[in-house]
Ligand binder design. Structure first.
Ligand code: SF4
Length: 247
């Protein structure tokens, strides 16, 4: 197991004190006196390079053909696997083709059609209300800004960033359960709230990499860094990972 050696870190200029752990790879990790993990640019670059090597084509794993389909699929994906959502939407999108179709859907019928994705009552209600607003306010088209997307019922920053990144090429960091877990384990944040994590990552990841980086965290979370039992010994990101160095 790779161990970090320890050294005292003091930065008088910034008034920060803490302990720096030096690895043989020279990618140090600093824990400051407030318990915050501070990753240097070199470590972050190494993490990005490794994820690029492992997942050069990390994209959205939801199946969609139109902006509306991605918006609906992302709403259904809350607390559900993408695989399950893709099974459900295969039939759903044959029946409902426009925002107007969803807005006019019979609520009870829609509930049953999406039931297997979980939280189906809430999701059906939100999808109907969301599509009603798209028809009334946005002429039936999915809006293309964060500000407008957040006006839609059931749409939070995560869903908005998925749509912006994949449809409109607007960089955004999507913080789902995998991105939340990995960004903490990698020492890129100490936050648990997805919005705070998003803003932490935005400060340290180059803007053009935002969408891709969060997709790569999801891929790595599924492949190696599982919630219950991360496979650190088989993980090539381990030299740069706070959790991996402790395990
Ligand atoms: S070293 Fe372990 S905790 Fe860190 S990213 Fe790899 S699998 Fe996850």
């Amino acid at each position: 197991m790779e161990k970090f050696s320890k050294g005292i870190f003091t930065c008088l200029q910034q008034g920060i004190k803490g302990i720096t752990y030096y690895s043989k790879y020279n990618y140090n990790i600093t824990i400051n006196d407030k318990g915050c993990v501070m990753r240097n640019k070199q470590v972050i670059t190494k993490i990005m390079e490794e994820l690029d090597r492992l997942y050069p084509d990390a994209g959205c794993s939801l199946t969609y053909e139109t902006p509306l389909q991605l918006l609906i699929a992302t709403q259904l994906a809350a607390q559900c696997t993408d695989e399950r959502v893709n099974i459900v939407t295969k039939e759903l999108f044959k029946k409902y083709k426009t925002a107007e179709d969803f807005a006019n859907a019979d609520l009870k019928t829609l509930e049953q059609e999406i039931r297997s994705t979980g939280f189906y009552r809430n999701k059906a209600k939100n999808i109907k209300e969301c599509c009603k607003r798209i028809v009334e306010e946005y002429n039936g088209e999915v809006p293309d800004t964060m500000e407008k997307l957040l006006t839609l019922p059931g749409v939070g920053r995560k869903t908005a960033n998925v749509v912006l990144g994949n449809i409109f090429n607007v960089p955004g960091i999507v913080v789902d359960t995998h991105a939340k877990r990995l960004s903490n384990r990698l020492g890129l944040t100490k936050e648990q709230d997805p919005t705070k994590i998003e803003f932490d990552l935005m400060k340290i990841i180059p803007k053009e990499k935002w969408s891709n980086f969060s997709n790569q965290l999801v891929f790595h979370g599924r492949a190696v860094c599982n919630a219950r039992k991360p496979n650190c010994e088989a993980c090539s990101v381990k030299p740069y990972c706070v959790y991996g160095q402790k395990s």
